[in-house]
Structures are given as structure tokens and as C-alpha cells.
Design a protein around this ligand. Structure first.
Ligand code: FES
Ligand code: FES
Length: 180
């Protein structure tokens, strides 16, 4: 049986009638036309579909739309303000942290959430935060450069990431379980 949900997305409220098994990702992309959140694995493993739910990053492919009813959702389309990119977006552009761009919306959401919660995260916190966001293109070096630049922009400080960590082919093991 379909259910009425009220989704607050990027500051706009939407009343929708949805089947209970539909995911938040389905509704964002197919009903609201917000295609910034990407469908990668559809399994909670890649992070491409990440959105903020009450300020915390979640995999929208694993979140039912009915679970998100009445809560605050921010997608990548909601990061810019008044026509100006969010500082994290600016840092990604300036540091060339975008290649094909498929992972980028999820990366931006994850980094924004991290810096909202931990204004000056250490190396381990950055790597842990990004461990659920997979990128097939960049090798992560430029993404990590962009994160450090975003920290400087937002808070005037940046951790030093060791060469050992920036030479890696990807962050630590995926942390899909943190994205309920
Ligand atoms: S599409 Fe949701 S985590 Fe991969
Ligand atoms: S830029 Fe292509 S997957 Fe990350």
C-alpha cells in the first residue's frame, strides 16, 4: 500500500505518495529530478548516492523514502548557496579532484559532513570518513589535496597527510556499515 511522505530536500518540502519499498535515491532521482546523487552499486558500498540526513551522511540507496519522511535531506544540489559553490566544491574544482565525476557528489557530501562535525580532522579521521566513497579515476591523491584545501578555507588549518597515505590507491576498507 502506498504511503504519504513529506520530504524536506534542500530546504524545500515535498509531499509525495510512494510505495514503501522505494528508496530515497529512487525518489530523489525519479520523482524530484535531483540526479546529482548517483546510483553506483545500489548496495551501500560505493558512496556515490550519499546524501545528508539530519546532517549525517547516509547511502540513499539503502534508505527507504518512508524512513526519510519528516527529516532534513541535503543532496549535492543543496550545497551551493546563492549561486556560490560551497568551499568544499571550490576546493575540488581547484585541485582537479574530479575526473569522470561519478563519485564526486558522494565525496562532496561526505567531506562536508566531516568538516561540519570535525572542523580540523586528523589524517585518520579524513581517511575513515572517505573509506566508504570509492573512486575509480583519481587515485585519491587530488581528492585528499582538495580535502586539505577545504579545511584551510573553512577553518584555517590542515593536517599533513604523509606520502605513504597519499601514494595509496584508495582509502581504507569501505565503511558501508556507517551509512545506514
Ligand atoms: S549506490 Fe548507494 S552506496 Fe553505491
Ligand atoms: S572521478 Fe571518476 S569515479 Fe571518481
Amino acid at each position: 500500500m502506498k504511503q504519504l511522505v513529506q520530504l524536506s530536500v534542500n530546504g524545500q518540502t515535498h509531499d509525495l505518495v510512494v510505495r514503501p519499498e522505494r528508496t530515497l535515491l529512487d525518489v530523489l532521482r525519479e520523482d524530484l529530478g535531483l540526479t546529482g546523487s548517483k546510483r553506483g552499486c545500489d548496495l551501500g558500498a560505493c558512496g556515490a548516492c550519499a546524501v545528508l540526513l539530519d546532517g549525517r551522511p547516509v547511502s540513499s540507496c539503502l534508505t527507504l523514502a518512508v524512513e526519510a519522511s519528516g527529516r532534513e535531506i541535503v543532496t549535492v544540489e543543496g550545497l551551493a548557496r546563492g549561486g556560490a559553490l560551497h568551499p568544499v566544491q571550490e576546493a575540488f574544482v581547484e585541485h582537479g579532484a574530479v575526473q569522470c565525476g561519478f563519485c564526486t557528489p558522494g565525496m562532496l557530501i561526505t567531506v562536508t559532513a566531516l568538516l561540519d562535525e570535525h572542523p580540523e580532522p586528523g589524517e585518520a579521521e579524513i581517511l575513515e570518513a572517505l573509506s566508504g566513497n570509492l573512486c575509480r579515476c583519481t587515485g585519491y591523491v587530488k581528492i585528499l589535496d582538495a580535502v586539505r584545501a577545504a579545511i584551510r578555507r573553512l577553518h584555517g588549518a590542515a593536517p599533513r597527510l604523509s606520502q605513504a597515505t597519499t601514494d595509496r590507491t584508495g582509502p581504507a576498507a569501505p565503511a558501508a556499515t556507517t551509512r545506514a
